[in-house]
Write a protein that binds this ligand. Sequence first.
Ligand SMILES: *Cc1c(COP(=O)(O)O)cnc(C)c1O
Length: 223
Amino acid sequence: MSVVSHEPTAALAGVLARIERAARASGREARDVALVAVSKQQPWENVAPVLAAGQSRFGENRVQEAAERWKDRRAGVILHLIGPLQTNKADDAVALFDVIETLDRERLARALAEAIQKRGAAPGLLVQVNTGEEPQKSGVAPRDVDAFISLCRTSFGLPVEGLMCIPPADEPPGPHFALLAKIAARNGVARLSMGMSGDFETAIRFGATHVRVGSALFGARGV
Ligand SMILES: *Cc1c(COP(=O)(O)O)cnc(C)c1O
Protein backbone atom coordinates (compact mmCIF):
# COMPACT_ATOMS: atom_id res chain seq x y z
CA MET A 1 0.00 0.00 0.00
CA SER A 2 1.06 3.56 -0.60
CA VAL A 3 1.79 5.85 2.31
CA VAL A 4 -1.45 7.69 3.05
CA SER A 5 0.13 11.12 2.95
CA HIS A 6 1.86 10.50 -0.39
CA GLU A 7 0.21 12.28 -3.27
CA PRO A 8 1.71 11.24 -6.63
CA THR A 9 0.40 14.22 -8.64
CA ALA A 10 1.95 16.75 -6.25
CA ALA A 11 5.13 14.66 -6.17
CA LEU A 12 5.30 14.74 -10.00
CA ALA A 13 5.00 18.53 -10.04
CA GLY A 14 7.71 18.73 -7.38
CA VAL A 15 10.13 16.44 -9.23
CA LEU A 16 9.57 18.29 -12.54
CA ALA A 17 10.26 21.61 -10.80
CA ARG A 18 13.48 20.19 -9.30
CA ILE A 19 14.56 18.90 -12.74
CA GLU A 20 13.96 22.33 -14.22
CA ARG A 21 15.93 24.10 -11.46
CA ALA A 22 18.82 21.66 -11.74
CA ALA A 23 18.91 22.00 -15.53
CA ARG A 24 18.87 25.81 -15.38
CA ALA A 25 21.58 25.84 -12.73
CA SER A 26 23.83 23.95 -15.17
CA GLY A 27 22.97 26.18 -18.10
CA ARG A 28 20.78 23.49 -19.64
CA GLU A 29 17.13 23.42 -20.70
CA ALA A 30 14.60 21.37 -18.74
CA ARG A 31 13.38 19.83 -22.02
CA ASP A 32 16.82 18.28 -22.52
CA VAL A 33 16.31 16.12 -19.43
CA ALA A 34 13.57 13.48 -19.71
CA LEU A 35 11.91 12.08 -16.62
CA VAL A 36 11.53 8.30 -16.63
CA ALA A 37 8.89 7.61 -13.97
CA VAL A 38 9.91 4.26 -12.48
CA SER A 39 6.59 2.50 -11.89
CA LYS A 40 8.02 -0.97 -11.13
CA GLN A 41 6.40 -2.70 -8.17
CA GLN A 42 3.96 0.16 -7.65
CA PRO A 43 0.23 -0.47 -7.32
CA TRP A 44 -1.72 0.93 -10.29
CA GLU A 45 -3.50 3.38 -7.96
CA ASN A 46 -0.14 5.17 -7.55
CA VAL A 47 0.70 5.14 -11.26
CA ALA A 48 -2.69 6.17 -12.69
CA PRO A 49 -2.71 9.76 -11.36
CA VAL A 50 0.83 10.38 -12.68
CA LEU A 51 -0.20 9.10 -16.12
CA ALA A 52 -3.37 11.23 -15.96
CA ALA A 53 -1.29 14.28 -15.04
CA GLY A 54 0.53 14.04 -18.37
CA GLN A 55 3.63 11.97 -17.57
CA SER A 56 4.20 9.73 -20.59
CA ARG A 57 7.57 8.07 -19.98
CA PHE A 58 7.72 5.13 -17.58
CA GLY A 59 10.41 2.68 -16.48
CA GLU A 60 9.86 -0.98 -15.60
CA ASN A 61 12.37 -3.62 -14.52
CA ARG A 62 10.57 -6.83 -15.51
CA VAL A 63 9.35 -7.73 -18.99
CA GLN A 64 6.41 -9.86 -17.82
CA GLU A 65 5.18 -7.41 -15.18
CA ALA A 66 5.47 -4.52 -17.64
CA ALA A 67 3.59 -6.41 -20.36
CA GLU A 68 0.69 -7.18 -18.03
CA ARG A 69 0.47 -3.63 -16.78
CA TRP A 70 0.91 -1.71 -20.02
CA LYS A 71 -0.32 -3.90 -22.89
CA ASP A 72 -3.77 -2.30 -22.95
CA ARG A 73 -2.53 1.17 -22.01
CA ARG A 74 0.26 1.49 -24.49
CA ALA A 75 -1.06 4.48 -26.52
CA GLY A 76 1.00 7.61 -25.97
CA VAL A 77 3.22 5.90 -23.41
CA ILE A 78 6.99 5.60 -23.82
CA LEU A 79 8.31 2.54 -21.99
CA HIS A 80 11.88 1.99 -20.81
CA LEU A 81 13.26 -1.35 -19.64
CA ILE A 82 15.65 -0.57 -16.77
CA GLY A 83 16.12 -4.06 -15.31
CA PRO A 84 18.30 -6.99 -16.44
CA LEU A 85 17.10 -8.75 -19.60
CA GLN A 86 17.33 -12.51 -20.16
CA THR A 87 18.13 -13.53 -23.72
CA ASN A 88 14.96 -15.70 -23.93
CA LYS A 89 12.86 -12.56 -23.31
CA ALA A 90 14.52 -10.52 -26.07
CA ASP A 91 11.59 -10.91 -28.50
CA ASP A 92 9.04 -9.81 -25.89
CA ALA A 93 11.22 -6.90 -24.80
CA VAL A 94 11.74 -5.66 -28.36
CA ALA A 95 7.98 -5.89 -28.96
CA LEU A 96 7.06 -3.99 -25.79
CA PHE A 97 9.71 -1.39 -25.01
CA ASP A 98 10.65 1.86 -26.74
CA VAL A 99 14.02 1.95 -24.99
CA ILE A 100 16.09 -0.91 -23.52
CA GLU A 101 18.65 0.49 -21.08
CA THR A 102 20.32 -2.73 -19.98
CA LEU A 103 22.32 -4.05 -22.93
CA ASP A 104 25.35 -5.49 -21.16
CA ARG A 105 26.73 -8.62 -22.84
CA GLU A 106 27.46 -10.22 -26.19
CA ARG A 107 24.84 -12.96 -25.90
CA LEU A 108 22.17 -10.33 -25.28
CA ALA A 109 23.42 -8.19 -28.16
CA ARG A 110 23.05 -11.21 -30.45
CA ALA A 111 19.55 -12.03 -29.14
CA LEU A 112 18.42 -8.41 -29.51
CA ALA A 113 19.82 -8.21 -33.03
CA GLU A 114 17.83 -11.32 -33.99
CA ALA A 115 14.65 -10.00 -32.32
CA ILE A 116 15.02 -6.64 -34.08
CA GLN A 117 15.58 -8.38 -37.40
CA LYS A 118 12.42 -10.45 -36.96
CA ARG A 119 10.32 -7.49 -35.91
CA GLY A 120 11.74 -5.04 -38.43
CA ALA A 121 11.94 -2.27 -35.83
CA ALA A 122 14.46 -1.41 -33.16
CA PRO A 123 13.96 0.14 -29.74
CA GLY A 124 16.44 2.72 -28.48
CA LEU A 125 19.39 0.89 -26.92
CA LEU A 126 21.58 1.97 -24.01
CA VAL A 127 24.58 0.03 -22.74
CA GLN A 128 24.61 -0.43 -18.97
CA VAL A 129 28.00 0.34 -17.45
CA ASN A 130 29.03 -1.04 -14.05
CA THR A 131 30.95 2.11 -13.13
CA GLY A 132 31.66 0.87 -9.60
CA GLU A 133 32.76 -2.57 -10.87
CA GLU A 134 30.51 -4.17 -8.27
CA PRO A 135 30.45 -7.96 -8.66
CA GLN A 136 26.71 -8.23 -7.81
CA LYS A 137 25.71 -5.61 -10.37
CA SER A 138 25.05 -6.02 -14.08
CA GLY A 139 26.78 -3.85 -16.62
CA VAL A 140 29.93 -3.76 -18.72
CA ALA A 141 33.14 -2.84 -16.87
CA PRO A 142 34.34 0.67 -17.81
CA ARG A 143 37.53 -0.68 -19.45
CA ASP A 144 35.47 -2.97 -21.72
CA VAL A 145 32.81 -0.50 -22.85
CA ASP A 146 34.54 0.90 -25.95
CA ALA A 147 35.11 -2.59 -27.38
CA PHE A 148 31.58 -3.67 -26.45
CA ILE A 149 29.93 -0.68 -28.18
CA SER A 150 32.04 -1.30 -31.23
CA LEU A 151 31.04 -4.99 -31.23
CA CYS A 152 27.35 -4.05 -30.91
CA ARG A 153 27.63 -1.68 -33.83
CA THR A 154 29.82 -3.61 -36.23
CA SER A 155 29.02 -7.27 -35.54
CA PHE A 156 25.33 -6.90 -34.68
CA GLY A 157 24.31 -3.64 -36.36
CA LEU A 158 22.74 -2.40 -33.14
CA PRO A 159 22.01 1.34 -32.93
CA VAL A 160 23.54 2.09 -29.51
CA GLU A 161 22.31 5.55 -28.48
CA GLY A 162 23.67 5.98 -25.00
CA LEU A 163 24.77 4.64 -21.64
CA MET A 164 23.14 3.89 -18.31
CA CYS A 165 24.65 3.43 -14.84
CA ILE A 166 23.62 2.75 -11.26
CA PRO A 167 26.41 4.01 -8.97
CA PRO A 168 27.30 2.09 -5.79
CA ALA A 169 24.83 2.97 -3.02
CA ASP A 170 27.57 3.84 -0.54
CA GLU A 171 29.68 6.21 -2.65
CA PRO A 172 29.20 9.79 -3.79
CA PRO A 173 27.61 9.43 -7.26
CA GLY A 174 29.30 12.41 -8.93
CA PRO A 175 32.50 10.62 -10.03
CA HIS A 176 30.41 7.76 -11.48
CA PHE A 177 28.26 10.17 -13.47
CA ALA A 178 31.39 11.97 -14.69
CA LEU A 179 32.93 8.66 -15.79
CA LEU A 180 29.77 7.68 -17.69
CA ALA A 181 29.70 11.07 -19.46
CA LYS A 182 33.35 10.68 -20.43
CA ILE A 183 32.83 7.19 -21.87
CA ALA A 184 29.78 8.43 -23.80
CA ALA A 185 31.69 11.36 -25.28
CA ARG A 186 34.56 9.25 -26.56
CA ASN A 187 32.14 6.76 -28.13
CA GLY A 188 29.97 9.40 -29.76
CA VAL A 189 26.74 8.49 -27.96
CA ALA A 190 24.43 11.26 -26.78
CA ARG A 191 22.09 9.73 -24.21
CA LEU A 192 22.99 9.43 -20.55
CA SER A 193 20.53 7.65 -18.26
CA MET A 194 21.72 8.39 -14.76
CA GLY A 195 20.30 9.68 -11.50
CA MET A 196 17.54 8.23 -9.32
CA SER A 197 15.39 9.68 -6.50
CA GLY A 198 18.36 10.41 -4.24
CA ASP A 199 20.74 11.92 -6.76
CA PHE A 200 18.99 13.04 -9.96
CA GLU A 201 19.94 16.70 -9.50
CA THR A 202 23.62 15.72 -9.27
CA ALA A 203 23.21 13.58 -12.39
CA ILE A 204 21.71 16.52 -14.30
CA ARG A 205 24.74 18.59 -13.34
CA PHE A 206 26.94 15.90 -14.94
CA GLY A 207 24.88 15.82 -18.13
CA ALA A 208 22.05 13.30 -17.60
CA THR A 209 19.56 13.28 -20.48
CA HIS A 210 17.31 10.77 -18.68
CA VAL A 211 16.71 10.54 -14.94
CA ARG A 212 14.99 7.45 -13.52
CA VAL A 213 12.87 8.43 -10.54
CA GLY A 214 10.69 5.99 -8.60
CA SER A 215 10.18 6.45 -4.89
CA ALA A 216 10.31 10.27 -4.96
CA LEU A 217 7.27 10.15 -7.27
CA PHE A 218 5.29 7.16 -6.10
CA GLY A 219 6.40 6.59 -2.53
CA ALA A 220 8.31 3.58 -1.20
CA ARG A 221 7.82 0.39 -3.17
CA GLY A 222 6.09 -2.60 -1.63
CA VAL A 223 8.30 -5.63 -1.14
C1 LIG B 1 14.27 1.04 -9.07
C2 LIG B 1 15.20 1.72 -10.00
C3 LIG B 1 15.21 3.13 -10.09
C4 LIG B 1 14.36 4.05 -9.24
O1 LIG B 1 14.90 4.14 -7.95
P1 LIG B 1 14.35 5.21 -6.89
O2 LIG B 1 15.45 5.34 -5.91
O3 LIG B 1 13.09 4.65 -6.33
O4 LIG B 1 14.10 6.49 -7.62
C5 LIG B 1 16.05 3.70 -11.03
N1 LIG B 1 16.85 2.94 -11.82
C6 LIG B 1 16.86 1.60 -11.75
C7 LIG B 1 17.75 0.83 -12.66
C8 LIG B 1 16.04 0.94 -10.84
O5 LIG B 1 16.09 -0.40 -10.78
